[in-house]
Design a protein around this ligand. Structure first.
Ligand code: HEC
Ligand code: HEC
Length: 475
């Protein structure tokens, strides 16, 4: 066989292998850079739509409990039936929201008197107390503060013990049934990992641990992502439109919203929660569509005459004297406004107010503006009506619209169109450049080999030379 020919072939194979090696190295380097750049700090649009940080074991346990449909009697109803992520952890049924807004329990003929508020951003509410200087009750959980935190030292955990045993919600006969179901669940091992071996054996302690786990999930960054457009605005990474800016100015000024729904950064840079956890009577009318008026007298002895006295009723039931409960009659806790507009589709109806009286943000803002001068039904409770901060704000329709536009900037999962597409453009651009370089590299090399090999074939004389060549190239 022709030595020169073999030599030529070998040479080509080796050159090819070298190019391949270089190309692979190049690709590895590129992938490495890609992972470092985008793996450690994922693009903004990925950060805000997926859960930001992984959950800790106790948060993950709480999440399992929160979404477990087996923890009701009969089974089928989880906390998430009334607090779903896609609506900002409020009621996920548009038809229900539009018609009465109060959700049935797992026994579907039973209703409570109130619409589900969000379970997000609730973890900072302090243990319920009376502030002697402000003459105000502050903190606790539920619209009426009855999950005070006085027993567990944590209102959010104390709240989580309510629904499981509430006959109009998850309807379990006792805490032992709930603990039993957790014991048989797929996450029983996780429970013991978090709380220790045999931690499910003592029912009373285990029931508290269930509550603390749920509260941990409700305080997690998955449930409190602080990822709204307004958060980006406070961080200086996004602007607001003209209308939104006008809304913000009104919210903090003429419309006085921020006096109860604080919207400014805290002293140490903490982002606002839009509630100061105080209680007010806004004079919201009865919601005639509230199904509670028609439930059996076992749950509503007053029937159509039922009046929701909020915090005052709780304090009265808790045996406080008249001088204490009377000023609280008809007052309800200020809810957060975060995710107040979050909905799965634009047509999806959300309800607002403790009894779901309002079906849109436009409605409730118009109510704040015109309660005392407009055509509204009478307040459900007349005493303790707030007339200092609302009722006749003198806003025109454009100003009302601006406030609504601002409220919509409080939805988590802000996905700035520009930054999302910017990231894609950069990525595609980088890929094109890399491919181009690769092609140039290969073509150039091939050209060089051909030149070299044609020169070489002339000089090759012996096998020794070929061996020498191989040695040189392989080492
Ligand atoms: C049948 C619907 C329903 C189910 C199921 C349900 N909730 Fe609620 N949730 C409500 C309603 C209604 C309220 C307001 C009740 C009130 O104020 O009296 C509420 C209030 C709350 C609040 C208080 C928020 C605040 O700011 O005061 C939290 C937190 C909460 N629920 C979490 C949970 C958890 C955790 C579970 C499961 C253990 C659960 N909910 C199950 C309907 C439900
Ligand atoms: C005096 C205190 C106070 C002021 C001022 C105030 N709010 Fe409220 N806000 C509340 C309370 C209390 C509730 C709950 C009332 C209820 O359900 O009975 C509430 C409820 C809401 C809700 C319904 C939230 C939900 O999830 O159901 C929205 C929206 C809202 N407020 C927006 C505003 C806007 C906008 C302004 C300014 C125009 C404003 N608030 C001014 C105390 C206040």
């Amino acid at each position: 066989m022709n030595k020169a020919f073999i030599f030529l072939k070998l040479h080509r194979v080796l050159e090819g292998a070298r190019i391949l090696k270089k190309a692979v190295l190049f690709l590895i380097c590129f992938l490495f850079c890609f992972v470092v750049l985008f793996g450690i700090s994922p693009p903004l649009h990925m950060q805000v739509t997926s859960s930001v940080n992984g959950l800790t074991p106790i948060e993950s346990l709480g999440k399992n409990l929160f979404f477990d449909t087996n923890l009701s009697t009969p089974p089928g109803m989880a906390c998430s039936a009334c607090h779903a992520p896609e609506t900002g952890f409020t009621g996920p049924n548009s038809t229900l929201n539009a018609n009465g807004a109060v959700y049935p329990g797992t026994v579907d003929t039973r209703f409570s008197a109130r619409a589900p508020p969000t379970a997000e951003y609730a973890g900072e509410s302090p243990v319920l107390y009376y502030n002697e200087t402000k003459f105000q009750w502050i903190g606790g959980m539920f619209f009426d503060g009855r999950a005070t935190g006085w027993m567990l030292g944590d209102p959010l955990a104390e709240q989580a013990q309510g629904p499981f045993l509430n006959p109009v919600e998850q309807n379990n006969p006792n805490s032992s049934v709930v603990v039993q179901r957790v014991m048989l669940s797929g996450y029983a091992d996780l429970f013991e990992e978090v709380w220790g071996n045999i931690s499910l054996n003592d029912v009373t302690k285990a029931y508290d641990k269930i509550a603390f786990s749920i509260a941990a999930y409700e305080r997690s960054s998955e449930v409190n992502p602080f990822s709204s457009k307004y958060d980006a605005y406070l961080d200086g990474t996004s602007g607001l439109t003209e209308l939104e800016t006008q809304g913000l100015t009104l919210f903090e000024g003429k419309a006085m919203c921020s006096s109860c729904h604080p919207s400014e950064l805290g002293p140490s840079g903490t982002h606002p929660l839009f509630t100061d956890f105080t209680y007010w009577n806004l004079g919201i009318p009865k919601n005639p569509e509230n199904p509670f008026y028609n439930v059996s007298s076992e749950f509503n002895p007053d029937g159509l005459n039922y009046i929701d006295y909020g915090l005052g009723a709780f304090l009265k039931n808790a045996s406080y004297p008249q001088s204490v409960y009377e000023p609280a009659l008809g007052t309800f806790k200020v809810p957060t406004l975060r995710n107040v507009d979050l909905r799965p589709t634009p047509e999806f109806v959300k309800s607002y107010g403790h009894n779901g009286f309002f079906q849109s943000l436009e409605d409730i803002v118009h109510f704040y503006n015109t309660r005392d001068v407009g055509n509204w039904s009478e307040p459900e409770v007349y005493v303790n009506l707030d007339t200092m901060n609302m009722g006749n704000l003198n806003l025109n329709l454009n100003e009302e619209r601006a406030i609504v536009a601002y409220l919509k900037t409080l939805n988590d999962g802000y996905n700035p169109e520009s930054s999302g597409s910017l990231v894609s453009v950069v990525l595609i651009g980088a890929l094109v450049v890399v491919l181009f370089c690769l092609v140039v590299f290969v073509v150039f090399k091939k050209y060089k080999i051909r030149q070299k090999t044609t020169d070489l074939t002339k000089d090759v004389r012996s096998w020794r030379e070929i061996v020498l060549f191989l040695k040189l190239n392989l080492l």
